[in-house]
Write a protein that binds this ligand. Structure first.
Ligand code: CTP
Length: 414
């Protein structure tokens, strides 16, 4: 047996949509095959798919939860259908039934699967599976032609015996390993930059976090996310595979970067841990230090009980958690220090306290205009000393930091 390359799909996020056909049982094997190559798989199932396999079994094989309903509050709370559609490198539809293909070709959105397919801007691969007569029907031919014209990739179907006795012809879903090969080819076909960070995985956090007080109010800070987004962009331009975990910011996804949008610190930590292992992690987010212990389930009202007192609890420290990770500590862990006084002393203390390798320190006193602004003045603090970089555009600061990261990784490998 050939050995499985466990890293072939490392760090890749695949959204698998399972349609309702007898071939759905093969999708469980497909999930297993994708995961054993290092991919993270999220699963959406149509209602018809649940006649063949249960969400429980698909979720268990995927190591998560199978999403089934557009109006399921749990799905929306966990992730939301727009993020399901976007936080992925590739959408795979297997089995793609005649009905799902028709919905895709027609742009329908009347359940979670079709809505996600309409909302996604990611490459899509379908593995059709249906009765040979349905496959050769003029309507399916038309839909297939439309999907191909829309840039959807197809694997299979194969010819052979069908589940129904006596039926044979083209219509069998491609085998899981054939689908895996098509997934790899589709991902490899995407433009991959060759640069000093080619083959490296970089994780970046950016932006503020929002910590709810009640359903309409939250605690936040003035971070714009610009510096973190610039670092993610620079790392991708240098050829790295980049995951950017971003708090609520009004910035577009940098191209070639997997962007995962979160709200609160705990959610940010969970997504950061899911993105590990990586070679380099850069923590540019301004994570709220505290959250409200018990956010109100309803909007807090003025009234007889007087001014509400907010009891706060400390948030997990994401940077310290990753820097002190037993098994998955990245080779280079870089923190930021936002200070309003004693910038270098405080930043040095942070480096020791949190256990990271470098700290990028900046003075965020209002007078500097750094928070939310386009430019930054930073001090790079490493165990070897402090470098104060000239005031520059945030993208230039990011490019310099990424160049330094690439040089350091290369030097420590010699
Ligand atoms: N950080 C984090 N998780 C937290 C708090 C901070 O990952 N809960 C990270 C930030 O992304 C940054 C670094 O820690 O890289 C320092 O953040 P900063 O806000 O400057 O430091 P704090 O730990 O909050 O310390 P203090 O508030 O005492 O300055």
């Amino acid at each position: 047996m050939t050995e499985i390359d466990q890293n072939r799909l490392h760090g890749r996020n695949i959204l698998l949509i399972i349609g309702g056909g007898i071939a759905a049982y093969k999708s469980l094997d497909l999930i297993r095959r994708l995961r054993e190559r290092g991919a993270t798989v999220r699963v959406v199932m149509t209602r018809a798919a649940q006649e063949f396999i249960t969400p429980l079994s698909a979720g268990a094989v995927a190591g998560g939860h199978a999403y089934v309903d557009l109006f399921d509050s749990r799905t929306e709370f966990d992730i939301g259908h727009i993020r399901l559609a976007r936080d992925t490198d590739l959408v795979v539809v297997a089995p793609a039934t005649a009905d799902l293909m028709a919905k895709m070709a027609g742009g329908h959105a009347d359940d979670l699967a079709s809505t996600v397919l309409l909302a996604t801007d990611k490459p899509t691969l379908i593995a059709p599976a249906m009765n040979p007569r349905m496959w050769s029907n003029a309507a399916t031919r038309r839909n297939l032609a439309q999907l191909i014209a829309d840039g959807v990739a197809i694997v299979g179907p194969n010819a052979g015996e069908m589940a129904e006795l006596g039926e044979a012809g083209a219509g069998r879903m491609a085998e899981p390993l054939e689908i895996v090969a098509a997934v790899e080819a589709r991902l490899a076909a995407r433009h991959e930059t060759i640069g000093p960070l080619s083959g490296r995985r970089v994780l970046v956090t950016a932006g503020p976090t929002h910590e709810p007080i009640d359903p309409v109010r939250y605690i936040a800070n003035r971070s714009s996310g610009k510096q973190g987004f610039a670092i993610a962009r620079a790392a991708a331009a240098a050829g790295a595979g980049v995951t950017l975990v971003a708090g609520p910011v009004a910035l577009a996804d940098p191209s070639g970067v997997t962007v995962i949008r979160v709200e609160g610190a705990r959610e940010m930590l969970a997504e950061v841990e899911r993105a590990l292992p990586v070679d380099v992690a850069v923590f540019a987010a301004a994570v709220a230090d505290w959250r409200v212990a018990e956010p109100g389930a309803q909007k807090l009202k003025k009234g007889a009980s007087g001014t509400p007192k907010l009891a706060l609890v400390e948030n997990p420290d994401i940077l310290a958690t990753v820097a002190q990770h037993k098994s998955k500590r990245p080779r280079l862990v870089i923190g930021f220090a936002a200070e309003t006084e004693h910038v270098i002393e405080n930043a040095r203390a942070k480096l020791d306290r949190k256990g990271c390798d470098w700290i990028v320190a900046n003075d965020v006193s209002p007078a500097t205009g750094i928070m939310g602004g386009e430019r930054n003045s930073v001090h790079l603090i490493t165990p070897d000393g402090v470098e104060s970089w000239p005031n520059d555009a945030k993208q230039n600061v990011a490019d310099m930091l990424v160049a330094r990261i690439a040089a350091t990784l290369a030097a420590t490998e010699k």
